[in-house]
Design a protein around this ligand. Sequence first.
Ligand code: HEM
Length: 185
Amino acid sequence: MKQPEIIFILRGATGAEHLALEGAVNLEARLSDPDRRRALVAGFYGFHADAEYCLAPWLEPVEGLDFAARRRLPRIGADLVALGGKPAPSRERPTVTSLGYALGLFYVLEGSSLGGRVIHKQLSHTDVDQRGLSFFDPYGDQTGAQWRAFIAVLDREHAAGRADSKEIVAGALDGFRLARMWLTE
Ligand code: HEM
């Protein structure tokens, strides 16, 4: 599949943020310790709770996105309970003022399922257990199809002029900033 221009714009604008986030999350060390793992999953819960709450009014009406089914909060909540953790209180709810910003922010939430699946698969080859981590791989074999469907909607809204590229990038940058705030140990 030919990749739409907007995905190159997004990768160019946020590549460094992704790298910085990977460093800040310190995944390997935290997954090996029960208390740190619980805190990490609580961080993911808080990140998704605040973001999904603000995204819902903008993204639920978007045709072909199926936002409600993509929401990962219930799954992260179940994972957190499995680890004996409690939801963290809200910290910062992003102010969503355009569809472009909403789609850019959602790019960060959805994109984490790509890396998450890679990590989930890697763990299955180690003796680190996967308890409380099902949300890393929410789509299983459908990960590629779900990602392509999301990018198709993003591209359609961008090409139709309903989602401006500057707004999309602003939403994605804010998404990475919030992720770093919630997920840094
Ligand atoms: C902490 C360890 C992480 C690792 C090792 C990691 C690794 C990866 C990898 C390997 C991909 C590409 C997957 C593929 O093409 O099949 C990816 C994509 C992505 N990840 Fe991560 N990731 C991590 C955390 C995160 C987090 C916490 C977020 C956001 C909350 C995130 C957001 C994204 C996004 C938006 C993409 C899509 C990039 C694109 O193709 O445009 N990642 N990640």
